[in-house]
Design a protein around this ligand. Structure first.
Ligand code: CTP
Ligand code: ZN
Length: 154
């Protein structure tokens, strides 16, 4: 039994997001739109020791699955995260997160004169140029956003 298992208990059914880069669990929770008002049991462990990563965060969401879009959004803040689907206490599936090629909606362009910040009904759209460090490029004006620009908007 690992040190982490001694700190946080196993769940019966739901999703465990493991190997989140230490310190990013709250960003993962925000990117999933979880506010804590959903009446679900959510367990968050931050900066627990990990052999692979030095320190890592874990988020356990009981009674909820994630869509593939949600899984891939997690890669924007936690590129090494693994998703474990739990049924009847057993890990029935393990998924690696995969960086999406484009993202919409999660973040807005920082360039004040970008068309997405005008009164035009244009939805933001970025190409993901790199995952580490995170570089997002606005499809409309070419402005480059970094991880902190995105985190500040979550
Ligand atoms: N887990 C859980 N509840 C369960 C089963 C597993 O919360 N009923 C959690 C474990 O605590 C762990 C993650 O889900 O954080 C993955 O479980 P498992 O595959 O058993 O652990 P490892 O073998 O350590 O995973 P990996 O190889 O991905 O590091
Ligand atoms: Zn722009």
């Amino acid at each position: 039994m690992s040190e982490v298992d001694l700190r946080v208990s196993k769940i019966k059914d739901g999703t465990v997001i493991d190997h989140i880069t230490g310190g990013y669990a709250l960003d993962v929770v925000k990117i999933l739109g979880i506010t804590g008002k959903e009446k679900r049991v959510i367990t968050i462990a931050i900066n627990v020791p990990s052999k692979q990563l030095g320190s890592k965060d874990i988020v356990k969401i009981e009674g909820r699955a994630l869509s593939s879009d949600e899984v891939n959004r997690i890669a924007l803040v936690a590129p090494y995260a693994s998703i474990n689907i739990i049924k009847q206490y057993i890990v029935v599936e393990k998924l690696e997160v995969k960086l999406p090629q484009t993202i919409t909606e999660i973040t807005k362009c920082v360039n004040p004169i970008c068309i997405t910040n005008s009164n035009e009904p244009v939805v933001s759209n970025f190409s993901v140029e790199s995952g580490e460090p995170l570089i997002l490029k606005c499809h409309y004006c070419g402005y480059v956003l970094e991880k902190n620009d995105m985190l500040a908007q979550l």
